[in-house]
Design a protein around this ligand. Structure first.
Ligand code: XMP
Length: 510
């Protein structure tokens, strides 16, 4: 069984990130709640434990604590932030409340004789976020790092194999964060480091084969990387027991549906039903110009068409979905106002009844999914595809959607993407697309007066789509794109570039 390092989640915002960093170090890692039972921990074949940060004070009435027997497992332990204070308290040290919180980058002095800090510089920046601090290290623990403000920033007890750091090694602002985690993984836990994309792919396929047995699986393919990776994994696991359905709602970008056919049917021989529902969707959206109504209609139509196709296939036992870790967090969050109803057309709402959901990617981040996709042999067009909303071009046409407007937008968007790729910016800009506004303006072409649409171009830099800044595309590239579009696409007489960030704007226009 795969060996793993278990991250116990004490409520910190970076807990899952720690697990992901450990996986980046080619070691399997899972996140378990702080009160996981000893059996649950043992079931994961642990070689080490990490106690995460958390918002509580260790002396608070309901401060989260792990099952005490965890300290008898004989496993190496690394405590981070709250985890560090927890270890200090547990082993008989003392934690105090500071008057002022320490937040942000701090210069830390390291004792490089410490196993954890081997092969790093003696002074470097680390990311801090804490109010409580360790005022006294427990007996038998050596202090191994400090700042001007705080004399105990890290400690260790090699005999017990217990280590702790006040800062966050998992965030990028900690210069040697990955080296420190690597020292823990390699020098303290003696990881075999066998967790690689190839290994992950093999393991997921083997697990799926076991889970599915001789049963049937249905999967909605959206054209996005997540559902593509899920479908490929399941296809490799159980072949024709998987049926995929791709609903072509007619709002995909130029050539996308053809590329899906080429990759999945002609390429890997997926059992894929391509449903041409373009007419139905367009009819349903006739006369609709309100953005929310468009989204709702598309969402409900998608379910209707998908269910109709699913019922033709006959009974299936599992529904597979491309849920990834950020979706799990987002759907778990009860706060936050509804800004737009994001019908994730790739996934299906709970209206669709199946015995069981299969979500093989639910522990992975987007870039881990992309790496896995590459490993499975999917091409870059799919693996590196920029985010694309489920309702597609329908929410990039302001006002009523018509076939003519769709054709105009598709051609213009294609030129935009082609030129961005030619300029070598396709892997640099997070998301870029064209929007067909509902505004017409006067132009002049040759000797004729024109009265055509204004097209908006949007390019944004972002990490997760929650916030974004407009992309500073070089002016000569924009100029060339603008020239090409007005010359090659009939129906556009003016082009503008969107220079608003999110917030206050959203990335999509509708
Ligand atoms: P907004 O426009 O809300 O978009 O700033 C943030 C990110 O989400 C994408 N987006 C969607 N994705 N279904 C999706 O799967 C949707 O309905 C949807 N609407 C927006 C958008 O492209 C951006 O990346």
């Amino acid at each position: 069984m795969t060996e793993s390092i278990i991250v116990l989640d004490f409520g910190g915002q970076y807990s899952q990130l720690i697990a992901r960093r450990i996986r980046e170090l080619n070691t399997h890692s899972v996140l378990l709640p702080y009160d996981a039972t000893i059996e649950e921990i043992r079931a994961n074949n642990p070689i080490g434990l990490i106690f995460s940060g958390g918002p509580n004070s260790i002396y608070a009435e309901n401060a989260p604590k792990a099952d005490c027997a965890i300290f008898d497992l004989g496993l190496p332990i690394l405590g981070i932030c709250y985890g560090f204070q927890y270890l200090a308290d547990h082993f008989g040290g003392c934690v105090k409340n500071a008057l002022i919180s320490e937040y942000g980058k701090k210069s830390v002095r390291f004792d490089t004789n410490s196993t954890l800090f081997a092969n790093i510089s003696d002074i470097s920046d680390c990311w801090m976020s804490h109010t409580d601090y360790v005022a006294l290290a427990p007996d038998g623990f050596n202090v191994t790092a400090s700042t001007d403000n705080c004399s105990i920033v890290a400690f260790e007890n090699r005999e017990k194999d217990v280590y702790g750091v006040q800062f966050h090694p998992e965030v990028v602002h900690t210069v040697h964060g990955m080296d420190i985690l690597n020292n823990f993984v390699e020098k303290v836990c003696h990881s075999e480091k066998s967790w690689s994309p190839a290994y992950v792919a093999e393991k997921l396929i083997a697990d799926l084969r076991k889970e599915i047995g001789d049963k049937k699986v249905l999967c909605a393919l959206s054209g996005g990387v997540d559902s593509a990776v899920v479908a490929t994994l399941i296809h490799k696991a159980v072949g024709k027991q998987l049926t995929c359905v791709y609903v072509d709602h007619g709002f995909m970008r130029k050539n996308e549906s053809e590329e899906i056919k080429e990759t999945f049917i002609d390429g890997i021989g997926l059992n894929l039903i391509m449903v041409d529902a373009r007419r139905e969707f367009l009819d349903k959206l006739k006369g609709v110009s309100d953005p929310e109504t468009k989204r709702k209609h598309i969402g409900s139509m998608f379910i209707k068409v998908f269910e109709r196709e699913a019922s033709r296939i006959g009974s299936v036992d599992f529904l597979a979905q491309g849920t990834i870790y950020p979706d799990v967090i987002e759907s778990g969050s009860k706060t936050g106002a509804t800004i737009k109803s994001h019908h994730n057309v790739g996934g299906l709402p709970s209206v669709v009844k199946f015995d069981k959901l299969i979500e093989p990617l639910r522990d992975l981040f987007k870039d881990e999914v992309r790496r896995l996709g590459k490993q499975l042999g999917l091409n870059d067009k799919i693996v590196m595809r920029q985010p694309f909303p489920g309702p597609g071009l329908a929410i990039r046409i302001i006002g009523e959607i018509t076939q003519e407007k769709l054709d105009i937008l598709r051609d213009a968007d294609f030129i935009f993407r082609e030129e961005i790729a030619k300029a070598g910016l396709d892997s640099v800009i997070w998301q870029y697309f064209a929007v067909l506004t509902n505004v017409r303006t006067v132009g002049v072409m040759g000797d004729f007066r024109t009265y055509d649409y204004v097209l908006a171009l949007r390019g944004v830099e972002s990490v997760d789509g929650m916030t974004a800044d407009w992309a500073k595309i070089p002016l000569n590239v924009l100029e060339h794109i603008s020239n090409r579009i007005v010359n090659e696409v009939r129906g556009i007489s003016r082009i503008v570039y969107d220079i608003t960030s999110k917030p206050p704007s959203t990335i999509e226009w509708e």
